[in-house]
Design a protein around this ligand. Structure first.
Ligand SMILES: [Zn+2]
Length: 80
C-alpha cells in the first residue's frame, strides 16, 4: 500500500521519495532506489538509495524529512 504524502526529496539524487506501509512499520525511501522505478527516469537508479523504517508513520516521515535537509535549507524552515 502506497500513500502520497508530503515528503522531502531524496537528499542524494534530489528526486522524489515514497512512503510504504510494510510489516515492520513504515518505510520511507528514495523512489528511484528501486531499479524498476529507475527505468522511468533518465538518471537511473539512486546512487545511495537511502531508507528509513519506523513503526510510527509520523516518525518515519519526520526522520526522513530531517535527513533530507541540506545545509542550504534556511534555518527557519527546519522547525527545530
Ligand atoms: Zn535518491
Amino acid at each position: 500500500m502506497k500513500i502520497e504524502i508530503d515528503l522531502m526529496e531524496c537528499p542524494f539524487c534530489g528526486r522524489k521519495a515514497e512512503l510504504i506501509e510494510c510489516s515492520g512499520g513504515w518505510l520511507v525511501c528514495c523512489y528511484y532506489s528501486d531499479p524498476l522505478n529507475a527505468l522511468e527516469d533518465s538518471e537511473g537508479v539512486c546512487p545511495v538509495g537511502p531508507e528509513t523504517i519506523l513503526t510510527l508513520k509520523d516518525a518515519a516521515i519526520r526522520i526522513w524529512n530531517r535527513r533530507a535537509y541540506t545545509p542550504q535549507t534556511p534555518k527557519k524552515e527546519r522547525n527545530e
